[in-house]
Write a protein that binds this ligand. Structure first.
Ligand code: ADP
Ligand code: 5GP
Length: 205
C-alpha cells in the first residue's frame, strides 16, 4: 500500500457528490480562495466535449481507443465508467506529478468508484462528499444535458448517496460560501494535524 500524505509527497483531496451538487462550482471557488494551494487534477474522459469546454483544461478528451491504450500502459491511478453511459473517466498519474511540481495539494473531482480506488491506495487522502437538497432541479436549470442523461444522472445520484459513508466528511452545499468555508476549514485542520505530527526518524542501533 502506498501513501502520499508523508512529508515531501502530495496530499490528495477527493471531492465527490451527485451530479448537480455543485462540485465544479465549489472547485472553482476553492482554486481561488483556499489558502492551501490546490492543483485540480484534469481527468481524462471519453465523453463528448460540452460547449465551452477546453481540452487539457476541463478534461483530456480521448477516444475510446486512446483511453484503452493509456489504461493498458498503466497511465491511470484510477478509472471508471460513470453514469452507465459507456463513457470512461480516469485520473492520470501524471496529474499528481504536476501537483507535486507546483508544491500544491492535488484536488481530485471524481465519482464514488474512483474515490473507493483512491482511498484504498491512499488511506490518508482527505475525502469529501458534497450533497444538496435540490440536485435534480439544479441539473435541469443548468440545462447542459438531455432529459435521458438527466434521468441517468438522477439514478446514479441515488446510488452515490448510499456510498457517502465511505467519505470522512459530508458537506452540504445549499449556501455556496458556507460550503466553501467548511471545506477550507477541513483542509486547514488536516494541515495543522500534519504539522503537529512528530517527524519520523529512522531507528539507529
Ligand atoms: P456538478 O459539478 O456537481 O454537476 P455544478 O457545479 O455544475 O454541479 O452545479 C450545478 C448547478 O447548480 C450550476 O448551475 C451551479 O451554478 C448551481 N449551484 C452550485 N452550487 C450552488 C448553490 N450553493 N446554490 C445554488 N446554486 C448552486
Ligand atoms: P461530467 O461528465 O459532468 O463532467 O462528470 C461526470 C462525473 O464524472 C462526475 O461525477 C465526476 O465526479 C466524475 N469524474 C470526473 N473525472 C473523473 C475521474 O477522473 N475518475 C472518476 N472515477 N470519475 C470522474
Amino acid at each position: 500500500m502506498r501513501d502520499v500524505s508523508a512529508v515531501n509527497d502530495v496530499q490528495i483531496v477527493v471531492l465527490s457528490g451527485p451530479s448537480g451538487s455543485g462540485k465544479s462550482t465549489i472547485v472553482r471557488e476553492l482554486l481561488l480562495k483556499s489558502p492551501i494551494k490546490l492543483t485540480l487534477s484534469v481527468s481524462a474522459t471519453t465523453r463528448p466535449r460540452r460547449q465551452g469546454e477546453v481540452d487539457g483544461r476541463d478534461y483530456y478528451f480521448l477516444s475510446q481507443e486512446e483511453f484503452q491504450k493509456r489504461l493498458a500502459r498503466g497511465d491511470f491511478l484510477e478509472c471508471a465508467e460513470v453514469h452507465s453511459t459507456g463513457n470512461w473517466y480516469g485520473t492520470l498519474k501524471s496529474e499528481l506529478d504536476r501537483a507535486k511540481a507546483d508544491g500544491t495539494w492535488a484536488l481530485l473531482e471524481i465519482d464514488v468508484q474512483g474515490a473507493k480506488t483512491i482511498l484504498e491506495q491512499f488511506p490518508n487522502a482527505i475525502s469529501i462528499f458534497l450533497w444538496t437538497s435540490d440536485f435534480e432541479k439544479r441539473l435541469r436549470d443548468r440545462a447542459t444535458e438531455t432529459e435521458e442523461v438527466i434521468q441517468k444522472r438522477v439514478a446514479t445520484a441515488k446510488s452515490e448517496l448510499e456510498h457517502a459513508s465511505m467519505y470522512a466528511y459530508k458537506v452540504l452545499n445549499d449556501k455556496l460560501p458556507v460550503a466553501v468555508q467548511e471545506i477550507i476549514e477541513i483542509l486547514q485542520q488536516h494541515q495543522r494535524q500534519a504539522a503537529d505530527r512528530p517527524i519520523e526518524t529512522s531507528a539507529t542501533t
